[in-house]
Design a protein around this ligand. Structure first.
Ligand SMILES: *[C@@H]1O[C@H](CO)[C@@H](O)[C@H](O)[C@H]1NC(C)=O
Ligand SMILES: *[C@@H]1O[C@H](CO)[C@@H](O)[C@H](O)[C@H]1NC(C)=O
Ligand SMILES: *[C@@H]1O[C@H](CO)[C@@H](O)[C@H](O)[C@H]1NC(C)=O
Ligand SMILES: *[C@@H]1O[C@H](CO)[C@@H](O)[C@H](O)[C@H]1NC(C)=O
Ligand SMILES: *[C@@H]1O[C@H](CO)[C@@H](O)[C@H](O)[C@H]1NC(C)=O
Ligand SMILES: *[C@@H]1O[C@H](CO)[C@@H](O)[C@H](O)[C@H]1NC(C)=O
Ligand SMILES: *[C@@H]1O[C@H](CO)[C@@H](O)[C@H](O)[C@H]1NC(C)=O
Length: 475
């Protein structure tokens, strides 16, 4: 629901929509252009065409099947469908102008002033439905399948949606390619929140599903519903998600379009501890099989060039480089083993800071109330957490070979390793900088469902990248 972005169909440009959710603001689409000239000049890192074809094939191989809710009325569309309806452009400073219609095309966008950077595509005010749902005059906001007679029916009597989805691939190195499938909707229906009425209605909505492949085979799926975090389903092993012809099935929440691995009622936000907002999914609505409908788009140019993409709200943007919500690992018997990589960028930043050693901090947790059963639920309130004694190894400055650390398990009954982070120390033994946490999801070989274990075996393929800021708690 938060993610609201539009993008161009060619590698020539990209738009991001940031319709303010509520309160009579103009519908706005910040356009954050990709520098259009560089591609043709070959000035930017280019993947070989065969590599592009391989990635397009991989995107199609795992093209998801989306199941829309039976009560859905706001259906998806292509980006082009909305480009045809935008009326004017607004600069970030508030000034507006009406460019000629031919600029509201995928390639035309790049010819807006400043290549479209820091601009918003806008609808005329009469189509700005805030805070009410769109009227008949704005029926296009219901999407092609939401028009009268616009929905095809399958033999099973359920609707069929045939819109395109936008597929991005992110080569993370080490054989890891993340496939991001972005869906686009002209309108997001918010939620009715008690006396506050409808919150979160907005024009244009982006949502996504991410599949991680390793050496061309799917390994996990991330249901980072809406903006991800604790109110999303998170990371699942491939063998544990529903599939159709080895392609993922995702259930789409009515109105707000977040993706969930199963039908049902899902908490996705909590307001002021007063209201819980739910996403409702079911298996009775229209089916949107994206096989053959993935439009491959490659904006990602490597971790340090990702900012070339977009700087907008969380539509298809630089967050594409993130590791999964949860790092998958195996159970271990007595000691925990961590294998991880530090990016080249970290090595460059570490040198002037005289970094000499790398320390892994294993974050352990246990229920502090004996009646509380262990679950994989890190938001469980009755949870005690601590950092296990850390292990130190020499800093090598290499991003190609893993840092391998063996350390004790979490110790104590009912305790489990739940996360880890990495800290860098200098020759004087002072801590220089500490990474964020990465949450762990641990599996027993051959068994379903994640478990909580005191000792874990982690091979983290996502190299660590962070800006080395001096730790604040250092003397
Ligand atoms: C727009 O793109 C052109 C062609 O690549 C480039 O020369 C120019 O600097 C860009 N302008 C801005 C404001 O980014
Ligand atoms: C607003 O920004 C645009 C694009 O940078 C610029 O052309 C215009 O002069 C600005 N207008 C004002 C009033 O600052
Ligand atoms: C992927 O393939 C490469 C090259 O064959 C191999 O070194 C690597 O171990 C493979 N990765 C996994 C996780 O199997
Ligand atoms: C480091 O860990 C990786 C991944 O578990 C493993 O393949 C490799 O053999 C280990 N290297 C050493 C020197 O133990
Ligand atoms: C790194 O070491 C050099 C030489 O010992 C010293 O001059 C410099 O101040 C150190 N830098 C930092 C950030 O501690
Ligand atoms: C996780 O724990 C919180 C707090 O107890 C609870 O509200 C939530 O429903 C739990 N989530 C799951 C998936 O069990
Ligand atoms: C390393 O990454 C940081 C954070 O993204 C960035 O500010 C810095 O410019 C990068 N340094 C190099 C040498 O690429």
């Amino acid at each position: 629901m938060v993610a609201t972005t539009a993008l161009a169909l060619a590698v020539l440009g990209a738009v991001a929509v940031s319709a303010l959710p509520y309160g009579g603001q103009r519908v706005q689409v910040p356009f954050l252009g990709i520098n259009p000239g560089k591609d043709s000049e070959g000035g930017k890192q280019q993947l070989a065409p065969s590599r592009d074809a391989d990635m397009a094939a991989l995107l199609d191989k795992y093209a998801p099947v989306f199941k829309l809710a039976s009560s859905e009325i706001f259906y998806p569309s292509s980006v082009k469908y909305m480009l045809d309806r935008y009326a004017f452009v607004e600069h970030k400073n508030g000034t507006t102008y009406r460019p000629p219609r031919h600029l509201f095309t995928p390639s035309g966008l790049a010819h807006l002033p400043q290549n479209g950077t820091r601009q918003l595509l806008s609808l005329d005010e009469e189509h700005n439905a805030q805070p009410h749902v769109p009227s008949k005059d704005s029926a296009f906001l219901y999407g092609p399948a939401g028009q009268e007679g616009g929905m095809k029916l399958g033999e099973d009597g359920r609707g069929r949606v045939e819109e395109e989805v936008y597929g991005f691939w992110v080569d993370q190195g080490r054989g890891v390619v993340d496939l991001w499938y972005w869906t686009f909707y002209p309108y997001n229906l918010g939620k009715e929140v008690g006396a506050l009425g409808w919150l979160g209605n907005h024009v244009v909505d982006w949502e996504h599903l991410r599949i991680r492949t390793v050496n061309g085979t799917a390994e996990s799926a991330d249901f980072d519903t809406h903006s991800g975090g604790k109110f999303s389903a998170g990371t699942y092993r491939w063998q544990e998600i529903e599939r159709f012809n080895d392609r993922p099935v995702a259930y789409i929440a009515m109105g707000s379009h977040g993706m969930w691995p199963v039908p049902g009622k899902h908490v996705y936000a909590q307001l002021l501890n007063l209201w819980q907002l739910y996403d409702i999914t079911d298996d009775n609505g229209a089916i949107w099989d994206t096989h053959g409908r993935v439009v491959p788009i490659q904006f990602w140019n490597g971790p340090d060039k990702a900012e070339k993409m977009m700087d907008g709200p969380p539509g298809p943007n630089r967050r594409l480089g993130r590791p999964p919500e949860c790092i998958l690992g195996k159970t271990a018997d007595e000691s925990s083993r961590y294998a991880f990589y530090l990016s080249h960028n970290i090595s460059v930043q570490a040198e002037p800071l005289n970094v000499t050693s790398v320390v892994v901090e294993q974050i352990c947790a246990r229920p502090s109330v004996s009646s509380v059963e262990w679950s994989d639920n890190l938001t469980e309130p009755e949870l005690e957490t601590w950092a296990a004694p850390a292990s130190s190894i020499p800093f090598t400055g290499s991003s190609a070979t893993p840092y391998n650390v063996t350390m004790g398990g979490c110790g104590g009954s009912r305790s489990a390793a739940k996360a880890y982070r990495v800290a860098l120390y200098d020759g004087a033994g002072e801590r220089v900088s500490t990474s964020d946490l990465r949450v762990l999801c641990i599996y027993e070989a051959g068994e379903e469902g994640s478990v909580s274990r005191s000792a874990v075996d982690i091979h983290d393929l996502d190299e660590w990248r962070w800006l080395l800021k001096k730790d604040e708690d250092d003397e």
